[in-house]
Write a protein that binds this ligand. Structure first.
Ligand SMILES: *[C@@H]1O[C@H](CO)[C@@H](O)[C@H](O)[C@H]1NC(C)=O
Ligand SMILES: *[C@@H]1O[C@H](CO)[C@@H](O)[C@H](O)[C@H]1NC(C)=O
Length: 403
């Protein structure tokens, strides 16, 4: 064998080693997913390197990459798309073109991206909103909230809240021809977190008279207290959201100070003064046996009270909607929760299902056994997966029947 072919062989082995990630047995299109995940890991490595060189913040690199996927607001034969503002907060608006008598349904959509990246203009989000508008003949408002690290909690929450509150006025709904009795708030991942938080806070807002008919929470992040749940342990290195990245997203939502990130990574960030909150996320009570597997519940280990004082946001239910008393859950709309088996956030969603059901809220829990986090992102070429299309269809079909 010549030197050249030896080098080639060595390079191929290295590439294969880099690309290879163990993918759960029940997932289809394994190699495609592996390649996509290798792409995500590469971006993450580039971002770490740029940060190490002090060139850019890690999230700025991720933001640059995701912004390559931004599309202009282009109308098509079915839907008129415009970028607009609701009470000064930007949003992308999808108005179906089909002439119909009577009022339309509406979906307020909140995109994911760990409160740090993403946008309503990203191709998969744009497509999902178009499909929703077209299939349901509904008005879709996709909110463009401000992001970390430039803006921290509660800016993201407040931007979304501002749009929702503005839109839910009878005069505004009338202007868009929306039926006030058929409005949904929906979001994925960090967007599911914001949707759940906004739906809770609306219940106490006496100025808002219109009620949401449903909330759809798609693999949402719902709590900051226990970052060692069985789902975090089982899926620590699964595509496309490893635990380390989720910890980084959570901590960046509140601060760029690495001390919070470090404390969260070792699950020692909650001060003893907040020990009473742990009962809201006690997986030993809130998870069905099937998800507990052979995990053993351990009492929480507390961190310094300084972190809780400096960054109280991580103990705030507007950031962690699981941290409310049962009485605050009463009055929530019919809830659709989508969870993915191979996802660090799986147990957040499942625990919310248990809590909502305990107080009598109607919940539809759609658990997808062969799905990973972020599955709805994979609906546009070249990174589309049959799984992404299947899950998107299920969710939109559910909305169509229930909204
Ligand atoms: C418009 O709607 C029809 C019927 O749902 C669909 O077949 C067609 O692909 C849609 N066009 C676009 C551009 O999405
Ligand atoms: C969680 O639940 C278990 C089992 O019911 C219980 O033993 C434990 O004390 C609870 N922990 C907290 C912090 O509420």
């Amino acid at each position: 064998m010549g030197t050249k072919s030896l080098c080639l062989l060595l390079a191929s082995v290295l590439v294969a080693y880099y690309v290879y990630t163990p993918i759960p047995e029940n997932i289809e299109e394994r190699w495609k997913l592996m390649l996509i995940n290798a792409g995500f890991r590469t971006v993450s490595h580039v971002a770490e390197f740029a940060e190490w060189l002090d060139l850019m913040h890690y999230m700025e690199v991720l933001m640059m990459i995701t912004s390559l996927e931004y599309t202009a607001p282009i109308s098509d034969e079915n839907v008129t798309v415009t970028d607009t503002k609701f009470n000064n907060v930007p949003a992308r608006l999808y108005m179906p073109r089909k002439q119909s008598s009577g009022l339309k349904r509406a979906v307020i959509y909140i995109h994911g991206g760990g409160w740090c990246v993403g946008g309503s203009a990203m191709e998969p989000y744009d497509l999902l909103s178009r499909w929703t508008a077209n299939k349901l003949n509904a008005v879709v408002v996709s909110v463009e909230y401000r992001l970390a690290p430039m803006y921290h909690f509660p800016v993201q929450f407040e931007d979304v809240y501002t749009v929702v509150k503005f839109f839910l006025q009878n005069s505004v709904l009338a202007q868009y021809g929306v039926d006030p009795n058929r409005i949904c708030i929906s979001g994925d991942s960090a967007g599911g977190n914001l949707a759940a938080a906004v739906a809770q806070q609306l219940l106490d807002d006496l100025e808002v008279k219109v009620k949401l008919k449903i909330q759809a929470l798609l693999y949402p992040a719902l709590q900051t207290l226990d970052l060692d749940l069985p789902s975090y342990k089982d899926n620590e290195n699964k595509p496309i959201l490893p635990k380390s990245l989720m910890v980084r997203f959570w901590s960046e939502y509140f601060t760029t100070d690495v001390s919070l990130q470090e404390a969260m990574a070792s699950n020692r960030h909650v001060p003893a003064e907040s020990s009473h909150l742990f009962r809201f996320v006690n997986w030993s009570n809130l998870l069905p046996e099937k998800f507990k597997k052979d995990h053993v519940y351990a009492s929480p280990i507390y961190g310094s009270s300084m972190l809780g004082k400096k960054y109280p946001g991580f103990l705030d239910p507007r950031a962690a909607p699981l941290l409310v008393d049962d009485t605050k859950l009463l009055g929530l709309p019919v809830t659709y929760v989508l969870t993915c088996q191979h996802d660090v956030l799986r147990d957040d969603g499942i625990m919310y299902v248990s809590r909502l059901r305990e107080v009598g809220i109607e919940v539809i829990h759609d658990h997808i056994e062969d799905a990973i986090h972020g599955v709805l992102m994979f609906i546009t070429s070249p990174t589309d997966l049959a799984l992404g299309h299947r899950v998107a269809n299920r969710y939109i079909e559910w909305l169509n029947i229930n909204l």
